[in-house]
Every structure is written in C-alpha cells, then in structure tokens.
Design a protein around this ligand. Structure first.
Ligand code: GGG
Length: 354
C-alpha cells in the first residue's frame, strides 16, 4: 500500500483549527479505501515571523520538495503586515513549485441557505480558474521620494505569453470536458490598456482550437454583478491572478458562505508538489473559539486526493459533505447552525467511514 507523504502547514488563526478536521476526514477515507498517509507538520506562521523575522526558514522550499502534496490552512495575522505574511509563505510556495493553476469550485449545496433569492442546488455549479503565479501579483515596482510631497508608488503587472497561454489552455480543456462546454473570460480591456487586450487576444486565438466551447468575456465590474444576478450562467470562468482571487471569494459568498470553498494550487505537469487549502483566510475575529467551518479544508483534502490519483476517495469525501449539509443537523454558525469545528469534522468523518 502506498503511503502518501503530505506536508502540513496549518499556518495562522483558524488554519490551525480546520486542518486537524481535514486530516481526520482524510484518515477516515484512507482507512476505508486502503490509503495510508504520512503527515509532516511545519509550524511556519506569523509566530515564526515574530520569532525569526521570516515566515519560514531559508531552506523552507527545499524541505517541501519530495512531498506528494502540501496541505495548508491559512496565512496572516494582525501584527504582521499582510503583504509580508503572504509573500513570505503562500506566494513563494505557489511560485517555487510552479503551481500556475488555482482551481476553485463554486457550488450551492442542498442545506446551505443561499443569499440569492430563488436559487436551488444545481443552479450554481462552476469553476473559477485563476492564474496563480504572475499578473497583478508582482514584485515589480517600488516607492520613490518616500516621505516627501513627491512620493510616488508604482506597481507593474506582468503577463507572459507562456503564463497567459497555459492558464487559458487549462481553462479551455476543463470547459471542453464539461457538459455545458462554456468558458467565460474575466477582463478589463476597456480600462487596462496593455495587459487586458493582450489577455483577450490570447483567449480569442485559443478559441479556434476549441470549436465546441462557447466563449464569452465580461469586464470584471459587470462580471461581479452577473455572479450575483445570474450565477447559473457560469460553467468555467478564467481570470488573472487578482480577478480570479476576487471572483473566487464572491462566487462562494453567493452560495451562502466562503468557508466551504476549496482551492487547489496545481502544477499540472506533476513536476512539483501541488498545494491544497481553503479559500478563506485566518479569520482572527473567530480564531480560538472552535467555531470555524472546516468544510473548505475538508473539500480541499478531497481535491488533493483527486489530484494524487484517488478519485474514489475524492468522491467519498464529497458525498459525505453533501450528506451532512443536506441533513442540516450539523452546521456551523456561518451556515445558520450552532455546531463547532470538531463537530463537523467528526460528523463528516463518520459519514465517510460508512
Ligand atoms: N487559505 C489560505 C489563506 O490564508 N488565504 C487567504 C488569502 O488572502 N489568500 C490570498 C491568495 O489566495 O492569493
């Protein structure tokens, strides 16, 4: 029996509360389906930063090499500026391991109260494909004349042909594999003069290779409005790093809670470990209370199993999530219930065990 070697980075805040529940569910699924795990925990976090001046050790990336995957909770906590914590841990992992696809499913589940009137499970079921290693998330820029009346700050987005084409291709392939065969591209080519017309032209060029896929594009402002007005329109939505990030918080919010949303940071070529995390952050306002919803982390664990070649384990976990949500007796406060983090983990693990 193969033992999967998983690097675990619980990180900050509620990341430390939801990750143990993800592991609990994966262990339950593994026992049932003959998969063994070897978990190696790394305590890298804002606490590490306070102690050492760095979010992770200098050889942190090297230490993660050789694992089958990375399972991460959340990054960021008051006391460390957000750009320091993110660029000290999450972003270096994504970039060093060329995890250029950030795949984020958005789905309305039976049992979760939907804030959009009249929407039913099945009406909202799409993927956001976010470019994950370039675009607006860049280190290019700086500040000059700092502290003077002439202070000037610049920040440059970077879109390479290689990076743009490979994420758009991934999104086309995904759309082509789904019954609706519909791809939406997020743009802002009326206001952003260089990068977004370029993005649009690469989408249009690649569309010729996928004649069965219907393609539309929306400027990001009306696209966010349409997520709320007509979420059933969407099937696969591809966006740059920043646009994809925004859309993949808004999408799950339209399904009732962003806490159920998972995020797979994938290196599709399998050259490096991929990383799986919930979409949500460290939520300092509720950290330490045992009330965080662990479903985004548990679902991310299921996506990890799919990526590692265990689709049955993925399906078993997802079916257990569906059943527990539909039952409605074990929901955290964000879904209208009173259950705690561990209650949800235990209930889903029990459903997985059968
Ligand atoms: N679950 C990891 C986490 O803390 N996410 C919050 C966040 O702000 N992520 C930024 C990003 O995905 O780029």
């Amino acid at each position: 029996m193969k033992k999967l070697k998983i690097a675990v980075i619980p990180g900050d805040g509620i990341g430390r509360e939801v990750i143990p529940e993800g592991i609990r569910v994966l262990e339950a699924a593994g026992s049932r389906q003959g998969v063994e795990f070897q978990w190696t925990e790394f305590g890298w976090s804002c606490e590490t930063y306070h102690r050492t001046g760095h979010m992770m050790p200098e050889d942190g990336i090297d230490r993660l090499k050789g694992f089958d995957a990375v399972y991460l909770g959340a990054v960021g906590y008051p006391g460390v500026p957000d750009h320091i914590s993110l660029w000290g841990l999450l972003i270096p992992i994504r970039r060093s391991f060329d995890q250029y696809v950030n795949l984020r499913p958005v789905r309305l589940f039976d049992g979760v109260p939907c804030p959009l009137a009249g929407k039913r499970p099945g009406d909202i079921d799409f993927f956001v494909v976010r470019e994950n290693v370039e675009g607006e998330y860049s280190m290019i820029g700086g500040i000059q004349y700092e502290g003077t009346a002439h202070e000037v700050v610049s920040q440059t987005s970077m879109f390479t042909r290689h990076g743009t084409d490979r994420i758009i291709k991934y999104a086309f392939e995904l759309a082509n594999s789904r019954p609706a065969r519909h791809l939406t591209s997020a743009t802002k080519s009326n206001g952003i003069f260089h990068s977004m017309p370029y993005w649009d032209s690469r989408v249009q060029t690649m569309a010729a290779d996928y004649p069965d896929v219907t393609v539309d594009q929306y400027h990001i402002d009306i696209l966010t409005a349409n997520f709320v007005r007509m979420p059933e329109h969407f099937d696969v939505v591809v966006g740059s790093n920043l646009f994809g990030d925004i859309l993949s918080d808004l999408g799950p919010a339209c399904t009732g809670t962003i806490a159920i949303a998972p995020s797979a940071n994938i290196n599709p070529e399998g050259k490096f470990p991929s990383m799986f995390e919930p979409v949500h952050g460290s939520a300092p306002d509720i950290a330490g209370q045992g009330i965080a919803n662990p479903i985004g982390t548990i679902w991310a664990g299921a996506m990890m199993m799919q990526h590692l070649g265990y689709p049955d384990t993925h399906d078993t976990i997802l079916q257990a999530i569906e059943a527990v949500l539909a039952d409605g007796n074990c929901l955290t406060a964000d879904m209208g219930g009173t259950a705690g983090t561990a209650d949800i983990g235990q209930t889903i693990a029990a459903a997985v065990a059968g």
